[in-house]
Design a protein around this ligand. Structure first.
Ligand SMILES: Cc1ncc(COP(=O)(O)O)c(C=O)c1O
Length: 390
C-alpha cells in the first residue's frame, strides 16, 4: 500500500484526532520468538503481505531485520514486493522477499521486474514453470515451486511432478529451485483426512527431490500448523515456517491456546459526542436501534471508511472500562456505542487490543481477524510504540 503523507495536526497528536492503531514492535519480536520456539527453531519467513496484515509492511519488516532466524518476507503481489524492497532501502542485509500469488500467470515482463527489485517468484503451475525456463529466467532469478497437495488453489498438480522432474533434470545445479512449498487447507485440523493427504504428498515430494535439494528451503506451515507443529511434523519436514496471524499476536483459531502471544495492534477511537437518548428514540441511519430505556450513547469516530465493517452494526463492541455494545448502524465515518457514566467526550475507547479480543470482534462481523486487520484503511494512523505496555 502506498502510504499517503499525513498532514500533522497538533504536536501532541501528530496526525490523527479520531482513530489510531498502536503497533507494539516489542510484542512483534516476542511473538516472533514464540513462533520459533513452537516450530522447533525453524527459520521464519514473516508474512507481511497486505501491508503486514494492516500493521505497516515496511515498519514491521525493518524491525524484524535484526531477529536471528529471519529467513525473509512473504508478500502476495509484485507491487507489494517492490514497495517493501524500496522501503527496506539501503539496509545492509538483503532479505529474501517471496512473491506468493502474483507470479501466475508468469508473463515475460515479470522477469525484469523481479530482477530489478530482487524478488523471488513462487511458480505455481507447470505451465508457468515451463515459460520461466523457456525464457531463461532461471539463469538470473532464484525461485520457489509451489505444489497443489490437495487445497486446489494454486500449485503444480501432483500428476505433473514427473514432467516437472524431467525438466529439472536438464538444469544445472545452480539453476534449480531454491525452495519447495505447499499450502494447507485445514492447518488447524492436522488429523483431518485432507490434512493427512497433504502431509503425505509433501513427504512424497521430499522423498523424490530432497537428496538433490537438501540445501533448499522446504515449507508449508502457517500459524495454525505451527500451533500444531508436532502433528504436522514441522520440525522434520520443513526448514522454515511462514506465520502471519500469530506473528501479529492473534491466536490462529478462535479458542487456540495463547502460548504467550500478545496482540501487536491496539485500535483506539475517540468519543466525539455523547447523547442521552430517551426510550423510544433511535440512533443513526434508519433508527435500527431504539433504546427501551433512556441510554447514554457515545458517538465514536470510526466508520466503514476506516475499515469498520458495516456488519458490526448493533453486533460489535467497544471497550470503555467495560465491554459495551455498538448501537445502530455503522456509517462511513461514525458509529454509536453504549457508554458507562464514567466516560466523557474526548475519551478514547478500544476497538480491539488487550481488552477486546479481535476474534470476538471479527465473529460479531461474521468474519475472521484477517479481514478486520486488512480492512483498516489508510485513514487510520499507525503509531509505532516499543514495548511501552508489554
Ligand atoms: C502462502 C501463505 N503462507 C502463509 C500464510 C500465513 O497464514 P497465517 O496468517 O494463517 O499464519 C498465508 C496467509 O494467507 C499464505 O497465503
Amino acid at each position: 500500500m502506498i502510504q499517503k503523507k499525513k498532514v500533522p495536526l497538533h504536536p501532541s497528536r501528530p496526525s490523527s484526532t479520531r482513530i489510531t492503531a498502536f503497533v507494539d514492535l516489542q510484542r512483534l519480536h516476542n511473538n516472533f520468538r514464540i513462533l520459533r520456539r513452537e516450530s522447533g527453531q525453524r527459520d521464519i519467513l514473516a508474512m507481511v503481505k497486505a501491508n503486514a496484515y494492516g500493521h505497516g509492511a515496511t515498519a514491521v519488516a525493518r524491525s524484524l531485520l535484526k531477529e536471528p532466524g529471519l529467513a525473509g518476507f512473504g508478500v502476495a503481489t509484485l507491487q507489494e514486493g517492490a514497495e517493501l524492497r524500496m522501503g527496506l532501502g539501503a539496509s545492509r542485509t538483503n532479505p529474501k522477499i517471496l512473491v506468493f500469488s502474483d507470479c501466475t500467470p508468469w508473463e515475460t515482463w515479470k522477469r525484469s521486474f523481479c530482477q530489478k527489485h530482487h524478488l523471488t517468484p513462487v511458480l505455481t503451475s507447470l505451465e508457468d514453470f515451463n515459460h520461466f525456463i523457456r525464457q531463461g529466467a532461471h539463469r538470473t532469478l532464484p525461485y520457489h515451486l509451489k505444489f497443489n497437495t490437495g487445497m486446489n488453489r494454486l500449485g503444480i498438480d501432483m500428476e505433473e511432478v514427473s514432467d516437472l522432474a524431467r525438466v529439472l533434470d536438464q538444469l544445472e545445479h545452480r539453476h534449480q529451485p531454491q525452495g519447495w512449498m505447499t499450502h494447507l487447507a485445514h492447518s488447524e485440523k492436522p488429523n483431518h483426512p485432507l490434512s493427512r493427504l497433504q502431509l503425505q504428498r509433501f513427504q512424497e515430494l521430499r522423498g523424490r527431490f530432497w537428496q538433490k535439494h537438501d540445501a533448499s528451503d522446504w515449507h508449508f506451515a502457517n500459524s495454525a500448523a505451527i500451533w500444531n507443529a508436532r502433528a504436522w511434523k514441522v520440525e522434520d519436514q520443513s526448514t522454515l515456517v511462514r506465520p502471519g496471524l500469530a506473528l501479529y499476536g492473534i491466536p490462529p483459531w478462535t479458542d487456540a491456546p495463547q502460548r504467550g502471544l500478545k496482540p501487536v495492534m491496539r485500535v483506539e477511537v475517540r468519543i466525539i459526542q455523547i447523547h442521552q437518548v430517551a426510550a423510544g428514540q433511535g440512533v443513526g441511519y434508519g433508527f435500527t436501534f431504539r433504546p427501551k430505556t433512556s441510554t447514554r450513547v457515545g458517538i465514536i469516530s470510526a466508520g466503514y471508511a476506516d475499515g469498520m465493517h458495516r456488519l458490526l452494526s448493533s453486533k460489535g463492541w467497544v471497550y470503555a472500562g467495560t465491554r459495551r455494545p455498538l448501537l445502530g448502524r455503522v456509517s462511513m465515518d461514525l458509529m454509536a456505542a453504549s457508554l458507562p457514566p464514567s466516560t466523557k467526550t474526548g475519551d478514547w475507547v478500544e476497538l480491539w487490543g488487550d481488552h477486546l479480543d479481535l476474534w470476538k470482534q471479527a465473529q460479531a462481523a461474521q468474519t475472521v481477524p484477517y479481514e478486520l486487520l486488512t480492512s483498516l484503511s489508510d485513514r487510520v494512523e499507525r503509531r509505532y510504540v516499543d514495548g511501552s505496555r508489554s
